[in-house]
Design a protein. Structure first.
Length: 278
C-alpha cells in the first residue's frame, strides 16, 4: 500500500464522511450539491491533515516508538519528518481553501470556525504543550468532528439549525470519540512509557473501556431520537460492546475498524430514516 495512504489512516475517515452525509440528508429539501461537496472536502482534508500532523508531531517527539498499532510514517522511517509536515500543510491548505469558498457561499462566520478547527488540529499533538497529551483529544474530536462537521454542513444547506441536526451531531461526535478512545486504549502501555497522558491513560484500561461503551450508547440513543430506523444500529453496537471488553493489544485494531464501520452503518440508518421520514 502507498505510504501516503497508510499515513492518511483510512480507518478514521468515516469520522469525516458520516457527519456530512447525515446533515445533507436531514436538510434534503434544501439540498445544494456544491455546498455538500465543499463540506465533504473540508471534512476529509482536515481528518487527513490531523492524521499527518499527529504522525509528524509524535514522530519528532519520539512518542510513537512504543506504538503497537498501524504503521506511522516518521517513526517507521517510511517518510522523513519534513515530508510528513508538508503533507499535513497541503491537506490543511486544501481544507482551508474549500472551507473559505463554502463560507463565501453561505456565511462568513464559518471562516472563524474553520480557522479554530485548523489551529486545534495542529495543537492536538503539536507545539510545546499539546492538549492531546493532557487527555483532551476527545473534546476536540467531539466538537469538530461531531458538532461542527454536522451542524456546519446542515447550516450550509438550510441556513438554520434545528434540534434534529443537533441530536445527529451528538451521535456523530460520540462515535468519532469512540474511534479515538479505542485507538488510545490500544496504546495505553506505550503512551504511559513515553509520558503521553491521553484520556485512556488517565482513566486506566477498565474505565477507558467503560467510557467507550458509554459513547456507543450515547450514539445509539441520540440517533434513535432522530429516526426509529437507528434502532437497527443496536445489533452492530452489541458486537462492539462485547469486543471492547475482551480484545487487547493489536486485537483492538480490528475494533477500531469495526467502530469506523459502525459509524458508517449508523450514518446510513440516519440518512435513510430522515429521507423517508421514519
Amino acid at each position: 500500500m502507498n505510504k501516503w495512504i497508510i499515513g492518511a489512516r483510512p480507518r478514521t475517515l468515516p469520522a469525516a464522511i458520516a457527519p456530512v452525509v447525515v446533515a445533507v440528508a436531514i436538510a434534503y429539501p434544501t439540498f445544494n450539491f456544491i455546498n455538500a461537496l465543499l463540506a465533504l472536502i473540508v471534512g476529509l482534508a482536515l481528518q487527513i491533515a490531523v492524521n499527518y500532523a499527529n504522525d509528524y508531531s509524535d514522530g519528532i517527539k519520539g512518542t510513537d516508538t512504543e506504538r503497537i498499532g498501524p504503521t506511522r510514517l516518521v517513526a517507521s522511517g517510511l517518510a522523513n519528518a519534513e515530508e510528513v509536515k508538508q503533507a499535513a500543510i497541503l491537506a490543511f491548505g486544501i481544507g482551508g481553501v474549500a472551507g473559505l469558498y463554502l463560507s463565501i457561499r453561505t456565511s462568513y462566520w464559518l471562516i472563524a470556525i474553520g480557522a479554530a478547527a485548523i489551529i486545534a488540529a495542529w495543537r492536538y499533538t503539536g507545539g510545546k504543550n499539546p492538549y492531546g497529551y493532557r487527555g483532551l483529544g476527545e473534546v476536540y474530536v467531539f466538537i469538530f468532528f461531531g458538532l461542527v462537521a454536522t451542524i456546519g454542513t446542515y447550516y450550509g444547506q438550510a441556513g438554520q439549525v434545528g434540534i434534529e441536526v443537533i441530536m445527529a451531531a451528538i451521535s456523530n461526535g460520540a462515535v468519532a470519540c469512540a474511534l479515538l478512545a479505542v485507538n488510545n486504549i490500544r496504546d495505553i502501555e506505550g503512551d504511559t512509557k513515553v509520558g503521553k497522558r491521553t484520556l485512556a491513560v488517565r482513566l486506566g484500561d477498565t474505565r477507558a473501556r467503560r467510557f467507550y461503551m458509554f459513547l456507543i450508547f450515547i450514539a445509539i440513543f441520540t440517533s434513535f431520537s432522530v429516526t426509529i430506523l437507528a434502532a437497527l444500529g443496536i445489533f452492530p453496537a452489541i458486537k462492539l460492546l462485547k469486543e471492547i471488553q475482551f480484545r487487547k493489544g493489536k486485537e483492538l485494531i480490528a475494533v477500531l475498524g469495526a467502530t469506523g464501520k459502525f459509524q458508517l452503518i449508523l450514518g446510513g440508518l440516519l440518512t435513510i430514516g430522515t429521507l423517508v421520514n421514519i
